[in-house]
Design a binder for this molecule. Structure first.
Ligand code: ADP
Length: 581
């Protein structure tokens, strides 16, 4: 990581394209050949003029030179197009590899980090920032290299012809460079501001679309919509201001660089009139200095994306270098599936500790309920057991191994985490359930659907199991979505099931069906449940009372009623609210 930080943006770029270096090098070579061919007609013009001066009267030599000029032009077209095709092929493959790396990285980053980050951030990196690398990969590498190298050779050639003429042809280029460096002096900073404005807009758009139901319900002209509208306006204003402030330097630079004859003609005339250079040298210098302009302007057109390259690579690297969950890659043979928390402390932000020295034992195939006031740390305990985060101190073991010694995929195989947030992908109901086990047959999917009480309502949908349900699951009620999530977990058939307030917001009508589905899901499994309603967990083998990040008491329902004041209060409150209802 340290090494990558010190690399230049171009070095990082080159490293990302490693698998396609051959193609990139070929495209650079072809681009150089293309620009070199572009120069051939200039040599031909000089040759024709020298023939005219030499009094050549026969047509054929002129025709031959014209043929060479044409070949040069065709060569330029052929080589530069080939270079473009090859560089684009390599560029898009590199972008694909990069996107795969980023998405792969997300599986290793703590789940909580992902949930805590606005999804607009990931969208902007995976889609926008990586897409912005197309210009550097497909154009900057081959075209800029070629458009710098070839003029360099011409400048050397001009010096060989006559050093004074070479200097004359460089004057406007030099002035243009000064103007440009003046205009570009805070380009990277401005570019970073532009990225920040577009990121803000991206985040606001994602939030606005995500919260569209609330916006519509409360017809919010302020709030979320205002944030979105302000971000869009802010982004546009930023670019307009930036462009307006850079107009003067851009116009001057665009005017100065091509006016190369401004110095070459009078300077050359003076030298020619005083007999310091021959007519041929004078004309050759004029023609070559004109030929310099095109490639140099072309090369300079990439300076904008070159100066943004640093910021863009930095953003992508910030995700690629994000802290990963610290887990072994080698599968282990788990002895049994007992879970042990030893002196576990945890902080989300390395500042405020939310769990303090927790000790907890969970035997296989038992039911453990975590109860306690809201914010006391129940979900945090469950998420640590599921491996969503690494503990800050202490350790958690599963089947005798520290969680960190077990690969993440192996932990995921052992645990089904069912929460109230049941995300459905924009695919068929069949595919949504099959995510629990990608190898399951249609029959197996239907079997779990029957056991989780989904089968009858799925058959009632327009296309049955093939009905497409989006993330909003517009056709499905909350209870139905919940049952699909349970069917998915059932198909996964993991030996440990964590239910994170999974039934908290279920209507009474659905509750009985869902309780039945949960019983089917958890039969013979280790069950850890975070319960909202105490009546659903009175039969638990162990009820753990969590308070302020500590375990206040644990035991069976009857034991806790006798020994734990907080549990008694919670039970009384629960009975009271049930009676009221
Ligand atoms: P419970 O499940 O008992 O309601 P949680 O485990 O969700 O409690 O939360 C325990 C504490 O950790 C709370 O103070 C909560 O604000 C904090 N917390 C929970 N999730 C996060 C998070 N992703 N980032 C920062 N703090 C969090």
């Amino acid at each position: 990581m340290e090494k990558q930080k010190k690399q230049s943006p171009l070095g990082i770029l080159w490293g990302w394209g490693k698998a396609h270096h051959g193609k990139f090098i070929l495209s650079i070579v072809l681009a150089i050949l293309g620009v070199a061919c572009q120069m051939i007609p200039y040599f031909c013009v000089i040759n024709i003029i020298s023939k005219l001066f030499a009094g050549e009267k026969s047509f054929l030599p002129y025709l031959a030179v014209c043929g060479i000029a044409l070949a040069g032009y065709l060569g330029k077209v052929l080589f530069s197009n080939l270079s473009t095709v090859i560089s684009h092929n390599a560029a898009y493959k590199t972008l694909r590899d990069l996107r795969e790396r980023v998405v792969n990285k997300l599986t290793k980053v703590p789940m909580g980090t992902i949930l805590d980050t606005p999804s607009g951030y990931y969208k902007s990196i995976i889609v926008d920032r990586i897409e912005s690398m197309e210009v550097p990969f497909a154009h900057l590498l081959p075209e800029m290299t070629a458009n710098i190298l070839v003029p360099l050779f011409i400048i050397v050639y001009l010096f060989v012809l006559d050093w004074r003429m070479a200097l004359f042809s460089l004057v406007t280029l030099f002035i243009g460079l000064i103007i440009m460096s003046f205009g570009m002096r805070n380009y990277a900073e401005k570019g970073a501001g532009a990225l920040a404005a577009s990121k803000k807009m991206s985040d606001a758009v994602v939030e606005y679309i995500g919260g569209i139901e609330v916006v519509k319900t409360f017809s919010q002209s302020a709030g979320s919509y205002k944030k979105y509208a302000d971000a869009v306006r802010g982004n546009a204003d930023y670019y307009i201001d930036w462009m307006a402030s850079s107009q003067k330097t851009m116009c001057s630079y665009n005017a100065v660089i091509p006016s190369v004859l401004l110095c070459v003609l009078p300077g050359g005339m003076a030298l020619w009139l005083t007999g310091n250079i021959t007519t041929m040298v004078f004309l050759a210098a004029v023609i070559f200095s004109l030929g310099l302009v095109g490639p140099i302007m072309e090369a300079f057109s990439f300076t904008g994306s070159l100066s943004m390259l640093g910021k863009n690579t930095e953003e992508i690297c910030s995700l690629l270098n994000a802290n990963e969950l610290n887990h072994s890659e080698n599968p282990v043979e788990l002895n049994d599936l007992s879970i042990q928390l030893n002196q576990v402390s945890f902080s989300y932000d390395n500042e405020q500790e939310v769990l303090h020295n927790i000790d907890l034992s969970i035997r296989p195939k038992t039911m453990t309920a975590l109860v306690g006031p809201s914010g006391s740390g129940k979900s945090t305990i469950a998420k640590l057991i599921a491996g969503f985060w690494d503990v800050t101190s202490g350790n958690i073991s599963l089947g005798g191994y520290k969680l960190t010694d077990i690969p993440l995929f192996q932990i995921a195989e052992q645990i089904s985490y069912v929460s109230q947030d049941n995300y459905l992908f924009n695919r068929s109901v069949m595919e949504n359930i099959r995510m629990g086990n990608p190898n399951a047959t249609d029959e197996e999917v239907k079997d779990v659907a029957i056991r989780s009480g989904c089968d009858s309502f799925i058959r009632g949908l327009d296309n049955g199991y093939e009905t497409i349900v989006g993330s909003s699951g517009s056709q499905l009620s909350g209870g139905e979505r919940q049952r699909i999530a349970i069917a998915r977990a059932m198909l996964k058939n993991a030996p440990i099931v964590i239910l994170d307030e999974a039934t908290a917001f279920i209507d009474p009508e659905n509750e009985a069906i869902i309780q039945k589905a949960i019983s089917a899901l958890t039969a013979g499994k280790t069950l850890i449940v975070i319960a909202h309603r105490l009546s659903t967990i009175i039969g638990a083998d162990n009820i753990v009372v969590v308070n302020n990040g500590n375990i206040e008491a644990q035991g069976t329902h009857d034991e806790l009623l006798k020994t734990c004041q907080l549990y008694q209060d919670m039970w009384r409150a629960h009975i009271g609210s049930r009676d009221e209802a």
